[in-house]
Design a binder for this molecule. Structure first.
Ligand code: ATP
Ligand code: BTN
Length: 245
């Protein structure tokens, strides 16, 4: 079908813009990319840092049919689409860190922020935001538990932002279609193949919970499974952080 795409020189946050702009009446997909974000966001009010020309920052509005299992696992599916795009480009060592980071050999290359918006009389929508480092400035200071990396460190001839956006939109289209048709269970194995912390000792930090255990993958809802001395625990993707123990 039809869709609209806009690339703007600057905005506060492409996620914020799509969250606050009503969808077109026919619910078309909308993509907004910014050369520069002045207030890029991660989860829990944290920021996504970027420098002009140093990365790709964009958001996609995606409408889905309400169903009991939707949108469980969506941010994991988006991670998979990013991972496949990178693999298609020949990047090695692509891993996914639950729930929303893309790592290369353990360092963070990209972050994903999925937010839900619903307006009366329309199917619910997800605003899917992706920030990906292309070439970080030498003096970039990013505080991160994993360390950070950029695509220039992984490829001799990294693609420019426009080509990368095109490739990502193609993979997102593919994976979101699959997800809409069959839900997360159909993609769970592909996610687990790339799980950065598979079978490793990890800790979960959250508002109320702190858990330690061995990472046993994810379940059909995309919840993280932890094997603890007290048995298997499920952690729903929410306001929690995951670290290697
Ligand atoms: P956690 O692992 O604690 O759950 P997260 O990695 O999922 O955190 P958010 O909580 O969404 O991330 O917050 C975004 C985080 O991304 C920031 O706290 C910062 O550490 C990191 N970050 C910000 N800008 C960049 C960047 N350009 N490249 C890599 N990492 C970045
Ligand atoms: C994370 O690191 O956990 C999430 C970072 C998400 C960053 C992207 S950049 C495009 C979109 N707009 C935002 O403000 N955030 C997302």
């Amino acid at each position: 079908g039809q869709f609209s795409l806009a690339v703007v020189p600057e905005c506060d946050s492409t996620n914020s813009r799509l969250m606050e702009t009503p969808a077109d009446d026919d619910g078309r997909i909308a993509v907004l990319a910014a050369d520069r974000q002045t207030a890029g966001r991660g989860r829990r009010g944290r920021s996504w840092l970027s420098w002009p020309g140093a990365g790709l920052t964009f958001s996609l509005r995606w409408h889905f049919m309400p169903a009991p299992h939707m949108p469980a696992g969506l941010s994991l599916v988006v991670g998979l689409a990013v991972a496949r795009t990178l693999e298609e480009l020949g990047v090695e060592g692509v891993q996914l860190k639950w729930p929303n980071d893309v790592l290369i050999h353990g360092k963070k290359l990209a972050g994903i922020l999925v937010e839900l918006s619903s307006s009366r009389g329309r199917p619910p929508a997800a605003v899917i935001g992706i920030g990906l480092n292309l070439r970080l400035p030498a003096d970039a200071q990013v505080e991160s538990a994993t360390g950070v990396t950029d695509l220039a460190a992984c490829l001799a001839a990294p693609p420019g932002p426009n080509r990368l956006l095109g490739l990502l939109l193609g993979q997102l289209h593919h994976f979101l279609d699959l997800y809409a048709a069959a839900g997360f269970p159909a993609l769970r194995a592909a996610w687990q193949q790339r799980n950065a912390f598979a079978d490793l000792p990890v800790r979960i930090f959250g508002e109320a919970q702190e858990l330690a255990g061995t990472c046993a993958g994810v379940d059909d809802d995309g919840a993280l499974l932890l094997d603890t001395p007290e048995g298997r625990r499920r952690v729903l993707s929410g306001e929690v952080s995951l670290r290697l123990a």
